[in-house]
Design a protein around this ligand. Structure first.
Ligand code: PRX
Length: 628
């Protein structure tokens, strides 16, 4: 166990030496000439070095004992199991990489992965990186419209999806969303379809379900209508491929993936990460924060549609040579004991989840987890939103059995890796994410960049680059500069507010921009507003986040209807559907108020903070720019 204070002080004296020593623990085709090239606002790590994330996640284990170790234990909703050793995973990834090559995929091509939480999701991600292609994983719960925007922005050549998949009692007809999303697409050449459900299974589950699921055709028609691209089955493509495929040598800062995330404007931004720096950052953070040991079975309950899934379900556990555990289903299916049963059965050692899930399960009391054996567990983790002390203590008491530390890790899609986080050796305070990770020069400042006094709320910033820092915003360097590096010059602006207490502990307050965190999912107010306005009955809309007991925040919308449209409850229900269709079920609004006017500045910008203050009964603050 490391002495946090001593190691931190040492690391921050010269972060480049700290990170270079870690980079030396990993494999490189060619070592770097320079550790860091920092040309504000761009940081390039391990310049001149050549590597590949997959070289470290899979290749380097093939001549060691780890080849026969389990890399992935996957449990389906029906509680069937699929296991892959490092050797088998490597073969599957090589086969799929060869399959992609046979379809003409080249280094730098963009590939959209729209898959549920099944092993093929991970195989596809690894295969892209192996051949130097850039993946863009789109969360499988996003709607056809949201998928369309992301495929178009990335100019994807290939889309990978599943036919239908089970989600609790429902069946999600994923391929239909793809059919819809690609109607006018010009860049996609092939769509590879994983057969997650056979047509008889689909029919069966529909008979059993409460008939809420949409109707499905009896069999999946791969190419229902003539289009410019071709659908192919995953298993047919795989059947023809060899299990040998060389791993592409990538420059350290070559892109590995794009991940879309919501910001303050309507359009999600494509965050670009690289190979070398990203891999070093995620490797070290998991290793120290979760005190990685060779026999670890690491379970992150996230989905690979989000950054947590990229960094800590898949890449870092494999780079650390441990076993990843993945459950396909939701935390309440088939019942609310499923997570506890799985921890007990599979002897999970490290369990990393979200405050929303803890709060949701907490509502059922304690009896449902008392009978399970959690003696395999060593460390717990939390991510995605602030964890309130009550939820922290419940997690500590009933899952940690008052013995296990909780690593409350603050980080973002953009940071790629944990930034503010404890390590297991330190004393914790429930609700605080502790202090910066080694080598991270974070602070809380005012709008001029000056440190704010102890216990005063300010902006969370980072002064120096870190290895897994985003490389850019895809196709939008202006947005990169403006969002992260110009709000307060010379530092990375996180978009979160925080306080530092008298012991140096960080308390994350929440977002200070128009990003809303619903069950840990990141949604932009502007993105939601444009979804409302896509309904022809709506003239204008303003959306805010409101505190919510389980979800952290809920969505409230203020809507001005077009002249002559009569407000009604039916119309509210229709607007809920409009938003779900435009973004997906995660964006379901909780409250809609029909209003006549919205608070605006003289230049016509909606002042959401005025609405929020009014809604929550808080002081409205400076209203000098308010027009009416
Ligand atoms: O507001 C912070 C919150 O989640 C935001 C980042 O969201 P996303 O890019 O989707 O990544 C989530 C998974 C890393 C942050 O700006 N957030 C994340 N972790 C925490 C948190 N807020 C408080 N405490 C955390 N541990």
């Amino acid at each position: 166990m490391l002495d946090y204070e001593k190691t931190y002080v040492e690391s921050i004296k010269n972060p480049e030496i700290f990170w270079e020593n870690i980079a030396k623990e990993l494999s490189w085709y060619k070592p770097w000439d320079k550790v860091l090239d920092w040309k504000y606002p761009y940081a390039r790590w391990f310049v001149g070095g050549q590597t590949n994330i997959v070289y470290n996640a899979l290749d380097r284990w093939q001549n060691t004992d780890i080849k026969n170790k389990t890399a992935l234990i996957w449990v389906s909703q029906e509680q069937t199991e699929r296991r892959f050793t490092y050797g088998q995973l490597n073969e599957e990834v090589s086969k799929f990489a060869n399959g992609l090559k046979s379809l003409g995929v080249k280094k730098g091509d963009k590939i959209t992965i729209y898959l549920p939480r099944i092993p093929e999701q991970f195989i596809a991600m690894l295969a892209c990186l192996k051949i130097g292609a850039v993946h863009s994983v789109v969360y499988s719960g996003f709607s056809a419209d949201a998928l369309k925007n992301r495929v178009e922005d990335a100019q994807a050549k290939i889309v990978i999806c599943s036919n239908s998949y089970p989600y609790g009692k429902k069946v999600v007809e994923s391929k239909k969303n793809v059919d819809e999303a690609l109607k006018e697409n010009k860049t996609v050449e092939h769509v590879i379809v994983v057969e997650r459900m056979k047509s008889d299974e689909i029919r069966q589950s529909q008979i059993q379900s409460d008939k809420t699921s949409e109707k499905n055709s009896d069999s999946i028609q791969l190419n229902p209508i003539p289009s410019d691209f071709i659908y192919i089955w995953w298993h047919e493509l795989m059947a023809k491929q060899s299990t040998e495929c060389p791993t592409e040598m990538m420059e350290s800062s070559d892109p590995s993936f794009i991940l879309y995330t919501s910001g303050t404007t309507g359009k999600p931004k494509g965050i670009i990460h690289g190979h070398g720096g990203y891999m070093v950052g995620i490797y070290a953070t998991l290793k120290y924060v979760f005190d990685i040991k060779p026999d670890d079975i690491f379970w992150s309950t996230a989905d690979a549609g989000w950054i947590t899934g990229h960094s800590y379900i898949l890449y870092s556990p494999l780079i650390n040579g441990i076993t990843m555990f993945v459950y396909e289903g939701t935390p309440d299916f088939p019942d609310i004991e499923i997570w506890w049963r799985l921890i007990d059965k599979y002897k999970v050692t490290k369990f990393y989840t979200a405050p929303t899930a803890v709060r949701a399960l907490m509502k059922f009391g304690e009896d449902h987890l008392k009978k399970y054996d959690f003696s395999s567990l060593k460390i717990l983790g939390s991510v995605g939103e602030p964890i309130n002390p009550e939820a922290w203590l419940w997690f500590y008491k009933h899952v940690g059995r008052e013995k296990l530390p909780i690593m409350d890790t603050w980080w973002q899609t953009e940071t790629g890796m944990f930034m503010i986080t404890p390590v297991p050796s330190v004393k914790l305070k429930p609700g605080s994410a502790f202090k910066p990770f080694f080598g991270i020069d974070a602070d809380v400042v005012d709008d001029k960049g000056n440190k704010v006094p102890t216990n005063t709320q300010g902006y969370l910033i980072v002064r120096k680059p870190w290895p897994a820092m985003l490389l850019d915003v895809y196709n939008n360097p202006t947005r990169y500069k403006e969002t992260y590096f110009e709000k307060i010059p010379n530092v990375y602006f996180a978009g979160d507010s925080a306080k530092i207490d008298e012991d140096g502990f960080y308390w994350i307050v929440g977002r200070n921009d128009d990003v809303i965190k619903v069950s840990g999912h990141r949604l932009g107010s502007a993105e939601l507003e444009s979804a409302f306005v896509s309904n022809t009955k709506v003239a204008e809309a303003a959306v805010i986040g409101k505190p919510h007991e389980v979800k952290g925040e809920s969505i409230k919308a203020f809507v001005i209807l077009k002249q002559g449209v009569v407000p009604s409850d039916e119309l509210k229900a229709e607007l809920v559907q409009t938003v779900r269709k435009s973004i997906g079920p995660i964006a379901t609004p909780d409250e809609i108020d029909f209003v006549e006017k919205l608070p605006k500045t003289r230049s016509g910008k909606i002042m959401r903070r005025v609405l929020k203050a009014q809604e929550l009964g808080l002081p409205v603050g400076d209203t000098s720019t308010l027009e009416s």
